[in-house]
Design a binder for this molecule. Sequence first.
Ligand SMILES: Cc1cc2nc3c(=O)[nH]c(=O)nc-3n(C[C@H](O)[C@H](O)[C@H](O)COP(=O)(O)OP(=O)(O)OC[C@H]3O[C@@H](n4cnc5c(N)ncnc54)[C@H](O)[C@@H]3O)c2cc1C
Length: 371
Amino acid sequence: MTKRTIILGAALLMAWSLLSPDRAAAQGTPEQQERYIRGIVTGQEAWCQLFSEPGAGSDLAGLATRAEKDGDEWVVTGQKVWTSGGQVADLGMLLARTNPDVPKHQGITYFALDMRQPGIEVRPLREMTGRALFNEVFINEARVSDAAIIGGANNGWAVANTTLAFERAGLGAGGGSAAASTALPGSIGGDLGKRVGDLVRARSRGGSGGPGGVGATFKLLHAVAQQTGAAGDPGVRQDLARLHTLTEIGRYTTLRQKALREAGGDIPGMGNIAKLSMSIILRLSRDLGMRLLGPRGMLHGYDTASSDALADLPSGGLGAMVTDMVLFAQGPQIYGGTDEIQHNIIGERVLGLPKEPNNDKVTPFRDLPRN
Ligand SMILES: Cc1cc2nc3c(=O)[nH]c(=O)nc-3n(C[C@H](O)[C@H](O)[C@H](O)COP(=O)(O)OP(=O)(O)OC[C@H]3O[C@@H](n4cnc5c(N)ncnc54)[C@H](O)[C@@H]3O)c2cc1C
């Protein structure tokens, strides 16, 4: 597995969950399904998620980007941040405030925004991994038509929750197998002209919930443990067994959820639990990876040239893959809603525990205190 495969895998693990056609089918009109799903499935069009803002992350409903009606179009102005894949996106799932005079959850609309237009500036943000997976997006009087509203005007909160539910389930433990070995979608990514055989690596086990996502991390750490001789250490063996067990539980849970969905059922909160499980798996993987590499794990090969600094490790080229995973491991417990927010959702929406007291549901957005 090359480093590029790992980088694409990490990026596409997120991208796949954002591009799932299920979500477009769940809330879009037949015309919108016709317009958007084909491009998603074929990879001809890449999407990004324009949700988070400098003042609205966990408190997503507090978003301030506004869209104002102008004939049969809307004029959008505001700033988004942490937009994964924004630099290669043809379209964006935009949440914008369309009515500030009602409580915050009620005045949001969900648009399919054309990213390739004047008025949209995408600025990559460099991460501690050395890459720039996500971006700031500045929107200055960009335009979007009525026909691109998904789920109806001012109904964006419900649509956003559909997106997030799919995202959490897709990102969670057991998800992501489809993402780990494919090309960048869309007209900007530059992979559309490539042959499938150039990009798809063989999978050891097919089917949804396979080992392409977090399962690949177990395989990587298992290989490093063997190559470094640490596989005989009882503590390392115990962590590897725990990692394998958690990964398999995630895989089976995903398969169970999928079967239930196909039969018209659901397990409330399962997407949130899957995402929390993934956070646990990644923290364990990070800690085990650093333990296996020892002090040399503090080095990181940001690019091919500097990854030579890790080449003389007993694990050879795998060392750079471990440090890559270690640095990326902080992200998944934040994106798609932090671990704390997943706990809140399970408590409030699944277990029916009382919410934190506030006036958000009754006070018009424009009268709320803002950060
Ligand atoms: C790698 C990566 C990729 C991302 N990609 C995208 C993307 O493509 N599109 C997009 O729109 N966003 C994206 N995000 C943004 C992500 O969704 C937000 O970072 C996340 O929702 C947290 O928001 P915040 O950063 O504003 O932190 P804050 O909301 O300010 O949270 C700060 C801390 O306070 C805690 N906290 C906040 N509120 C509560 C509460 N009510 N109860 C308990 N604890 C609380 C949080 O858990 C966190 O620990 C990405 C983030 C990362 C790291």
